[in-house]
Structure formats: C-alpha cells, structure tokens
Design a protein around this ligand. Structure first.
Ligand code: SF4
Length: 358
C-alpha cells in the first residue's frame, strides 16, 4: 500500500459538480456545461479535444483536475466476439490517518463487452475484489480491495473501443454494486441524465446478491432493472455457497422484492448458476416455484464455469433443460443463458483481474 496524492477527476462528476469545478478555477458556469458535453456526450479522451473551451480555461482546469479518462491496460478477444478489458484502478483504503492522509491501493478490475445481434452490452465492475466471498466466484476469492469511484466505473464505458455503440449495461462484473450503492446511484444518474449519456433506465440492470438495506433504497430510488443472484432456494444450502445468506436471507430478499411492482417497464430477474447434484433437482425447482410464486419475474439459468480448487461441476445441458421446462410448465418464465467469453475467462464467476496474478 502506498501514500499517494491524487487530483480530483472531472469524470464521475455531475453537471452541477462540473459547474462548481469550473467556478473553483475562476471560470464561468457555462464552462461546466461544456465539460459535461465533452466528457459524457462526445466522450473525449483528452483536454485538447475540447475545442470550444479556451486554452487558458483548459490550462486552469488541468492544473487542478484530472480529466479521468484512462486507457485500459489490457484487452482480450474471445472467439465468440466477447471482449474483456482490464483496468488499473487506485482505490482509497480505510479512513485518513492522523496527518489527514488517505492510503490508496492499486488493483486490477475488468469489464466485459458482449456483442449480440443488435446489442452491445457492457458488464461493468463496481468494486476491486468483493467482500461477499461466494465460493464459486473468482472475484470473491481475492477478497476486498476497495470501492471503485464514479470515475473508475464510467471510465469502463468511455475508454473502450465500443464506447459509442454500447446499447446496454449490467452491473454484474467484479464486486457487489449494492455494497457501493452511493457511487452506483451517481453513475446511474450520469448515465440517464439528459446532460450525461441520456440513456433510458431500461438499458441498465443492476445485479446483486441482495444487500437488504441498499436493495430497499435501490428499489425505491431507481427505475433500472434488477437481477438477484439466487442460486439456491433453500436458505441452509444457499448459506453453504454464499456466506451473505447469514446476514440477508433469500426469503427476506424475495419478501422485500414482492412489495414492488414489476408489471411495467422495470423488470426483476433471478440468476441461478447450475451445480450438478447441488441445486439442479426437481426438489430445488419446486422450492424455487414456491419462493417466487406471485412475482412477475424471470429466472436465468447459467452454466457453472469451472474455477480452480472448487469441487462442484456444472449441471449437464440435459439437466438444465429439464429444470427450465419444469419451471416454464408451472408458469415461471425461465431461460438458459448462453455462456459468453469463457475462453478468455470473461464468463460469469471468472473475473479475477488477471494481471495481478501474473
Ligand atoms: Fe462478489 Fe458477486 Fe462474486 Fe459473490 S458472485 S463474490 S457478490 S462478485
């Protein structure tokens, strides 16, 4: 861990904050509006591209602030077109010491661009590592290395080759987004604001294992879709795979979600990774039907992608189909999600920030 003095970044600021930043440099408020236009609409990577901001203004801004757009430090392309990007991030750790200095730690995080017929979805990371420790997940193995800032998250959108063509995003990369809720909420504001990316909330899905206090806030405050990592309908069995079950039971999570309306534009889905013999039986399907009864939702079955030192195997394709059919026949919409990017370790549960391990 090193002591670093870090300049504030403009990327990740709201328009109101950009206006304040301009004022701090003795510039007029309209410069703040020009900044949001250049950063979020035109997605520039460098000060010189802001041609309608005077040289003197750019100079004053760059002395006090970093733009915040940083190129990925690595890329990998899958045979199926999926592309994984690696970023180096510097996150604050803990609180300031007696001298007021904050300690920072540099980590690696990943984002995955998944192309489909008419879509380009970006799976983004919200934390370096993760506290939740799900046993089947490579990110969980590394432990927690810090919350990403709004700049770190938005940089995943802005600095990649496909930035202009992105159609959707899922907060399903490294980390638990609802454990970094304030920042994720700010990123959603910027993605959906007219002065920002101008995206509809329908293009955004936040995936969570169900951190109840912030899940409740998310449901009240946001209009974006929700995906819950369910993986087992039996609390005791879920606990064996997901330590968070002890604090936030799946029964309570579903009870909370059932208080909200998902018959309109906002959708809720449940992610269900299939482990042979552990959660793919008729007993599990029936318990899942019972748990989700009355909720307008969808279940996505995901093949388990093998990771080192974890003994479980994925359910067979046949067992996944039988499980899916049992849910569908009983009125619960269920699909098998195709695996993408497995050859570049970009599929669900495989993200680990590879350059740290080399
Ligand atoms: Fe964290 Fe999600 Fe991995 Fe669980 S599955 S350890 S919540 S990143």
């Amino acid at each position: 861990m090193q002591k670093t003095v870090i300049k504030e970044k403009l990327l990740g600021m709201t328009q109101a904050e950009l206006i304040e930043a301009a004022k701090k440099c003795s510039l007029k408020a309209f410069v703040g509006k020009q900044l949001s236009d250049w950063i979020y609409k035109k997605r520039v990577h460098d000060w010189d591209q802001m041609v309608n901001v005077s040289k003197a203004a750019r100079q004053a801004l760059s002395e006090m602030y970093d733009l915040g757009v940083e190129a990925p430090v690595g890329k990998a392309l899958s045979s199926d077109g999926t592309k994984k990007y690696l970023f180096s991030v510097t996150c604050p750790r803990g609180v300031a010491d007696a001298s007021g200095e904050i300690r920072y730690e540099t980590s690696a995080v990943e984002a995955v661009m998944i192309p489909d017929e008419d879509r380009k979805t970006l799976c983004v990371s919200s934390q370096a590592g993760c506290k939740m420790g799900c046993k089947f997940c490579m990110t969980g193995r590394q432990g927690f290395h810090g919350n990403l800032s709004a700049a770190d998250i938005l940089n995943q959108f802005i600095s990649i080759d496909e930035s202009e063509g992105l159609t959707n995003t899922v907060f399903m990369g490294m980390g638990e987004p609802l454990d970094n809720y304030e920042t994720v909420a700010k990123v959603i504001d910027i993605l959906t604001a007219d002065w920002g990316f101008g995206w509809s909330p329908k293009r955004i899905t936040v995936s969570s294992i169900g951190v109840l206090p912030t899940l409740e806030r998310y449901l009240k405050e946001q209009k974006c879709h929700l995906a819950i990592s369910l993986h087992n309908p039996f609390p005791q069995e879920r606990l064996e795979m997901m330590p968070v079950q002890k604090a936030y039971s799946i029964t309570e999570i579903v009870r909370l979600i059932k208080q909200y309306d998902f018959s309109g534009q906002r959708r809720v889905s449940f992610e269900y990774t299939m482990f042979a013999g552990h959660n793919d039986t008729a007993r599990h399907a029936d318990a899942l039907l019972k748990l989700l009864r009355g909720l307008e939702c969808r279940v996505n079955l995901i093949r388990f992608h093998k990771i080192p030192d974890f003994p479980f195997e994925s359910s067979s394709a046949r067992n996944m189909e039988v499980f899916r059919d049992r849910l569908n026949e009983n009125g619960l919409i269920c699909t098998i999600r195709s695996s993408r990017g497995e050859d570049i370790l970009a599929a669900c549960g495989m993200l680990a920030g590879q350059h740290q391990q080399q």
